[in-house]
Design a protein around this ligand. Structure first.
Ligand code: NAD
Ligand code: MG
Length: 286
């Protein structure tokens, strides 16, 4: 799925899908579901766009009902809800801030009521702010990374756990940066590594309950996060996204969704505490 990306920028996070040039692809038109998630109930944070939308559309095609949480991108959220309903599945979109434990508790409650249960939790909502120098990172920017990327994963998971039964799965979207580091994203990299620790420790805690916890560590993927984080600093860097991977390109969101299907489904029944590296060929240790 090679992409030609124009230099571009979006002024603030979260970014939005419809002004991306080119538009991203979230599921291959020829992706066939085979009932791997029939009647499962999924909650995906940041499910309105990008990687979260891809997971949502793949889950629905595999037979799941899906709730998405998003911050404020109402149009993107509805563009995700529509194709899920077209698959004949239930879909709800819940706007709010995952940095608030009160909101996370409410959102999980709303999901369980609307879908009739919860089997799959995808912690995926995230922010990243570029800074070339650690001394330029303000307390507020540092804290915001921690609030959304770490606390959000904890609050949603804590609220979800009482509803999860044997066979349930939890998936964290981490990042290649947790493994390789990124000199321009120290705060973000810190949170993505914390998510790996969270994933591994929780996997051990829940193993004997039959609840599996795994992570996906994407490389560069064409999502609104890219023009909204790198764009204001360097629009040309957006155009060159992924050129440093062995495949020489970034991924489409559609290339991520199937990894979430695998981790959410019975296909990965002997895997917990592990990470799938969907990154264009970078060899990762750990
Ligand atoms: P995206 O902008 O489509 O998704 C991020 C989502 O997070 C947004 O849709 C937004 O609704 C949500 N969000 C942000 N702040 C929030 C808040 N306070 N409360 C609730 N929701 C909030 O971009 P994406 O790239 O698909 O990002 C999804 C995940 O993938 C993130 O965790 C990101 O770190 C990770 N990731 C992305 C890439 C990439 O190259 N795009 C690479 C590695 C990891
Ligand atoms: Mg979005």
């Amino acid at each position: 799925m090679p992409l030609t990306i124009s230099p571009q920028s979006q002024s603030h996070q979260p970014g939005i899908e419809k002004v991306m040039k080119p538009l991203a692809v979230h599921i291959r038109p020829d992706y066939r579901g085979s009932g791997k998630l029939t009647n499962r109930k999924a909650l995906i944070t940041g499910g309105d766009s990008g990687i979260g939308r891809s997971a949502a559309l793949h889950f629905a095609r595999e037979g799941a009902d899906v709730a998405i949480i998003y911050l404020e991108e109402h149009e993107d959220a509805q563009e995700t809800v529509r194709p899920i309903k077209n698959e004949g599945r239930k879909a709800i979109a819940i706007p709010g801030d995952v940095a608030s434990s009160t909101f996370c508790n409410e959102a999980v409650k709303q999901t369980v009521e609307a879908l009739g249960g919860l089997d799959i939790v995808v912690n995926n909502a995230g922010v990243q702010y570029v800074s070339e120098d650690l001394t330029d990172i303000t307390d507020e920017v540092w804290q915001h990374h921690m609030d959304v990327n770490i606390n959000g994963y904890f609050y949603i998971t804590r609220a979800a756990l009482p509803h999860l039964k044997k066979g349930a799965t939890i998936i964290s979207t981490s990042s290649i940066n947790a493994f390789s580091g990124n000199k321009s994203l120290v705060a973000y990299t810190t949170t993505k590594a914390a998510e790996m620790g969270f994933t591994r420790a929780l996997a051990l805690q829940l193993a004997d309950k039959g609840i599996r916890v795994n992570a996906v560590a994407p490389g560069p993927v064409w999502t609104p996060l890219q023009p909204a984080s790198w764009g204001p600093v360097d629009p040309q860097a957006v155009a060159e996204l992924g050129s440093d991977t062995p495949m020489g390109r970034c991924g489409e969101p559609a290339e991520l969704g199937p990894a979430y299907v695998y981790l959410a489904s019975e296909d990965s029944s002997f895997m917990t505490g592990q990470t799938l590296h969907v990154n264009g060929g970078k060899i990762i240790n750990g």
